[in-house]
Design a protein around this ligand. Structure first.
Ligand code: ATP
Ligand code: MG
Length: 326
């Protein structure tokens, strides 16, 4: 029997909850890929530290909560290892070795790096770890020699760096890391309720693990076509957050968009139908989520780390050998 091809992807535990953007950009694909691949689902707690080093006290519990969302969303821990990055120390060793072959210029050019540097108050306050973020991410990925990495579109430049680091390593020391594919979700970027990218840091999210009432309140306040005041005013569904969610979660979205465009329906009708569609979609996920306690998830994470470590140790042996370290 040929060994099953692997998939690796991760989410940072910067918050306790995953949102619909995380689900559409990445998690939906992870769940789907499980039938054909061995999916390694990682909670990236070290990555959370790159921006939360000044208050890491919640990262541990956040990691457990994020893992619960993975399982609730349909990751089957019997088939797919769910694990926390810091539980597999090999990631730190590979990060160190890859950092030796990564030119600084590559990292300084990463678009998200400049933005985050500004957020942290400039170069003086910027931790070394932030610049190295894509190197650690490369270690996470390359460790599993994956066939593909399913992520949202915002992650595409990071994956490009990982590919370049792999090529450089292979060129210097021999072929250890095969090329991998980027697998971008069908909804590459889901907008938040304010129409910017849905993101934990922007506080514009519909969370998987919130009550239907909370979801309803957010969608009621979501951004719609600004010039559509009366029902008969024409809407622009492409620029309306509610219509964007209808497109993903309502089977009738084509009619809803047409009526919106032609002024045959008002925003409040859209919102009510959207609330229903989103809550209906999330209902089974939320039900599964409510069943998961800390003890259950800790057991899943331990088993997942053991399985991930087995692969990681094998890769590290090859890496040390290729470099002549052993
Ligand atoms: P943070 O604000 O802390 O960066 P985030 O909400 O952007 O958090 P990440 O942990 O950075 O979430 O991303 C996890 C995964 O979810 C990545 O694959 C990312 O591409 C994807 N993702 C995040 N937000 C969206 C979105 N709005 N649409 C599609 N995919 C997304
Ligand atoms: Mg992000």
């Amino acid at each position: 029997m040929t060994p099953q091809k692997r998939i690796l992807s991760g989410m940072r535990s910067t918050g306790a909850k995953l949102h619909l953007g995380n689900y559409e950009g990445a998690l939906r694909n992870w769940v789907k890929l499980q039938s054909d691949y061995k999916v390694f689902a990682m909670v990236a707690d070290w990555h959370a530290l790159t921006t939360q080093f000044d208050d890491p006290s919640k990262i541990g519990q956040n990691s457990r909560e994020v893992a619960k969302d993975f399982v609730a969303a349909g990751i089957d821990p019997e088939k797919s290892p769910v694990f926390v990055q810091s539980h597999v120390k090999e990631h730190a060793e590979l990060h160190l070795l890859l950092s030796m072959v990564t030119p600084l210029g590559w990292l300084e050019r990463v678009p998200t790096y400049k933005e985050k540097q500004q957020d942290l108050g400039g170069a003086e306050r910027e931790p070394y770890g932030l610049l190295g973020y894509p190197v650690l991410q490369s270690a996470d990925i390359l460790m599993y020699k994956p066939y593909g990495v399913p992520v949202g579109k915002d992650q595409a430049p990071h994956l490009e760096i990982s590919r370049e680091i792999a090529r450089r390593f292979n060129h210097l020391y021999g072929d250890v890391f095969p090329e991998f594919a980027s697998m971008i979700g069908e909804v590459a970027v889901l907008p938040g309720i304010d129409m910017r990218k849905m993101s934990k840091s922007y506080d514009n999210c519909v969370y998987i693990n919130e009550t239907p009432e909370e979801t309803a309140k957010k969608i009621k306040g979501a951004f719609t076509t600004p010039s559509k005041i009366k029902m008969t005013d024409p809407g622009v569904p492409e620029g309306c957050a509610v219509c964007q969610y209808l497109k993903v979660y309502s089977p009738d979205w084509k009619t809803q968009w047409e009526e919106d465009r032609e002024g045959l329906r008002g925003c409040s009708k859209n919102k009510n139908e959207c609330i229903e569609a989103v809550n209906e979609f999330l209902r089974p996920i939320r039900e599964r989520r409510a069943q998961l306690d800390d003890a259950t998830i800790e057991e899943i994470l331990k088993k997942g780390a053991d399985e991930a470590r087995e692969v990681a140790q094998q890769t590290m042996q090859e890496v040390r050998q290729a470099m002549g370290l052993w």
